[in-house]
Design a protein around this ligand. Structure first.
Ligand code: SF4
Length: 370
């Protein structure tokens, strides 16, 4: 999430609010944060104000010395007592997501965001957050941690998204384990979201290897979870993060997916983000993406020739062989997507997904403008 550091006055607890640049056409100021050039204090009634002025005064919450060009009417942000402004929803983004929990029942060796053990229930905050989203939002993700760790509250979140953003497609990232419980899979289906997709990772066709990667003996639960989700007609995608431990068996995994889960709507092969646990375990995991092209092409051809849709996420077009470039999706969130010096003048820069900002250190040595 995009973050800005600023200086603050009268902010003792985290403030959540929707950005307004004009203060016009709003019902009640208390959910709004007024962003204006030249303000020195926060007008009464607003949750807070944000300004470019550094010398801020008054008795109401205000953040100053900020580049106000960063804000758009309808963004939703928090301001905390350390002076950090965090963008939780960006009106111009197509990758807005609700962070359901930081907890997880897996310990994946390449997890970019290692799970927390204890946390306060985030659902009341998330319910409020969703109520501030623009009603014309086209897509909302639910991520974590593992979103099913919040149990049935996940369905409250889904219903809230449906209520406040009725046009939005919902995508959930889950390890699928909890859906081994058939009743839980049924409850998801009973939310009645026709435009909902759940994406579940399977890292190997070999149970032992999958379990080693996720740090839990859950392969068969995930498999059962996939069957239960399919039983109730939920749209399912499969995700495979490609690294040193997974690349060799990509063709076998593709074959396994075709034979066991022919009902999935997409199989996404994902380049690894090298932060968190991935960075800690980098020597066991890093392989230049160019060096697994053979296995990747084979896996994609196995799926495509049998009528299954395959995609490649987080990849750079110059690294991918031409025959599978059409499967590349621009999947890196805008706020962490960057390009390198080598990309200058590249004809494909508009179509290319670029790089995770955190992957500047670890990226393919075959980057070359086209
Ligand atoms: S040079 Fe850069 S922009 Fe061009 S295809 Fe490669 S990574 Fe993408």
């Amino acid at each position: 999430m995009k973050q800005i550091h600023t200086n603050i006055l009268n902010i003792k607890d985290t403030i959540l609010g929707k950005i307004t640049l004009t203060g016009k056409n709003i019902f009640g100021r208390k959910d709004y944060i007024l962003v204006q050039k030249g303000l020195i204090s926060c007008p009464s009634g607003y949750a807070a104000a944000i300004t470019n002025i550094t010398d801020i005064i008054g008795n109401n919450p205000i953040a100053g010395g900020t580049d106000i060009e960063e804000f758009h009417e309808g963004d939703v942000v928090t301001i905390n007592k350390e002076g950090e402004i965090t963008f939780l929803y960006e009106i111009e983004s197509t990758s807005n997501a609700v962070f359901a929990t930081g907890r997880c029942n897996h310990r994946c060796i390449m997890c970019p965001q290692p799970p927390v053990v204890h946390e306060e229930d985030m659902t009341p905050f998330n319910m409020k957050l969703i109520s501030l989203f623009n009603k014309n939002t086209q897509e909302v993700g639910i991520t974590g941690g593992e979103p099913t760790m919040i149990g049935d509250k996940l369905f409250d979140i889904i219903k809230q998204i449906k209520k406040y953003t009725p046009k939005a497609a919902i995508s959930i990232l889950s390890n699928g384990v909890k859906f081994a419980d058939r009743d839980y899979a049924m409850k998801l289906a009973l939310c009645n979201c026709c435009d909902l997709q759940i994406d579940v990772p399977i890292f190997s066709d070999v149970a032992k290897l999958h379990n080693e990667i996720v740090g839990a003996n859950t392969f068969y639960k995930t498999v059962q979870g996939l069957y239960n989700l399919a039983l109730f007609g939920t749209k399912i995608g499969i995700r495979v993060v490609v690294h040193k431990k997974t690349y060799k068996r990509l063709p076998q995994l593709a074959d396994f997916i075709y034979h066991n889960f022919p009902f999935v709507c997409n199989v996404a092969f994902m380049q690894m983000e090298t932060i968190g646990m991935a960075e800690e375990n980098i020597h066991d995991l890093w392989i230049d993406p160019y060096d697994y092209n053979k296995q990747l092409v084979e896996a994609i051809e196995i799926l495509r020739s049998r009528g299954l849709q395959a995609s490649v996420y987080n990849a750079q077009l110059c690294v991918l062989p031409e025959q599978i470039r059409d499967t590349a999706i621009q999947s890196i969130s805008e706020w962490k997507d960057v390009y390198l010096e080598e990309c200058e003048g590249c004809k494909l820069i508009v179509q290319c997904g670029g790089f995770f900002a955190s992957n500047k250190k670890y990226h393919s040595s075959h980057i070359q403008k086209i």
